[in-house]
Design a binder for this molecule. Structure first.
Ligand code: ZN
Length: 356
């Protein structure tokens, strides 16, 4: 197959978005798109290019004082009757238009057309963001090629509709268990009902006042919720165990350890087991490259409430944020689309920042 990412497509981030969308790349099927991207980056001449699996890294080595990362994932969720792309007025429809081939298009356009940026730039086009983190290209690279991620600041071009979303909240899933003693319900006084004991767990959740925390101008709203309750043996048995699964979303001023201590405090006297957790990421907007980026973009940053790959950079001590042209509420939707104007604005803004 001839590479559709031709030089006249690369100079136009809108055309490039369409071409990238039209290369099908559902998670774990990114070989063709990674081949096309690698090929284009290698022929640019001013970039050092390496590849692991279907993750492609390209970087300038100009000896600049600081280095920034522009990153985007190449995969999409499964196609849902929305492929290949179509254009209606100033909208491009199709799987991956918002999340996040329009963002990838901006990064690839800059990689190909900006041979001497003001910072050294590392471009990362990675695989398998939409599935389990064991496949995530950024996660794999952080393990096997951590030097690819070394930078002073990182921008992930995930959909934010042109807003700067900094840092992200951490998340922790845990089970709070209550214990009792089984008995026949006809002689219930011989038993202890574990489901009734869970009432106290639910009351503590009901009385919980989540914090709102502002860091670097970004406001994070924490939350603690019961998400599942299991218990009961049979219709005539006093149950001896009940489990309340809770999910804590915590602001990035708490570490995972501190989040756990917080849960232990709330559920003091109960059995608590952590199922899964992921750290948050501080916004880190006081880093010089981040400040210059915010000046170029000219909008106030907002907090990212969900968990994103920016946390992977934060774990390495690299401030990172999300800034992309797509509308996040359209990601993974059958009518997924992106505004052409958002792509042009995003490309112009990042060009202004990098060429300054
Ligand atoms: Zn995405």
């Amino acid at each position: 197959m001839a590479n559709p990412l031709t030089p006249d497509v690369l100079v136009d981030p809108v055309e490039l978005t369409r071409s990238l969308v039209d290369i099908e790349s559902v998670s774990r099927d990114e070989k063709v798109i990674a081949d096309c991207v690698e090929d284009v980056l290698r022929s640019a001449g001013h970039l050092t290019v390496e590849r692991v699996g279907n993750t492609v890294m390209a970087r300038t080595d100009l000896g600049r004082a600081s280095r920034v990362v522009l990153a985007g994932h190449l995969d999409t969720v499964p196609i849902n009757d929305n492929w290949p792309s179509t254009v209606v007025d100033d909208l491009i429809y199709g799987c991956g238009t918002s999340d996040m081939k329009s963002g990838v298009a901006i990064a690839l356009h800059l990689a190909a057309t900006l041979p001497a940026p003001a910072y050294d730039v590392t471009y990362l086009f990675y695989e398998a963001e939409e599935i389990e983190s064991e496949f995530n290209g950024l996660n794999l690279v952080a393990g096997s090629r951590p030097e690819w991620l070394r930078a002073d600041f990182a921008v992930l071009l995930e959909p934010t509709y042109g807003v700067v979303e900094a840092g992200c909240q951490g998340t922790m899933a845990a089970v709070v268990r209550t214990h009792g003693r089984r008995a026949h319900t006809a002689r219930a006084w011989r038993g202890v009902n574990a489901i009734h004991a869970a009432g106290e767990v639910l009351r503590r959740l009901e009385d919980y006042h989540p914090r709102t925390v502002t860091i670097d101008g970004c406001t994070y709203r924490e939350g603690l919720n019961a998400v599942r309750v299991t218990g009961g043996v049979a219709g005539n048995v006093v149950p001896d165990e009940c489990a309340v699964e809770v999910n804590l979303r915590f602001a990035p001023d708490r570490s995972e350890q501190q989040a756990l201590e917080h849960l232990r405090e709330i559920f003091e006297g109960f059995d608590l087991e952590v199922l899964d957790s992921a750290p948050g990421a501080l916004p880190g907007l006081d880093a010089p490259a981040a400040r210059e980026f915010l000046t170029a973009v000219g909008v106030e940053p907002a907090a990212k409430l969900g968990w994103t790959d920016v946390a992977r950079f934060a774990a390495l001590g690299i401030p990172a944020l999300n800034y992309g042209p797509g509308d996040p509420s359209l990601a993974h939707a059958p009518d997924e689309h992106v505004e052409i104007g958002q792509i042009r604005d995003g490309a112009a803004t990042l060009h202004r920042w990098l060429a300054a």
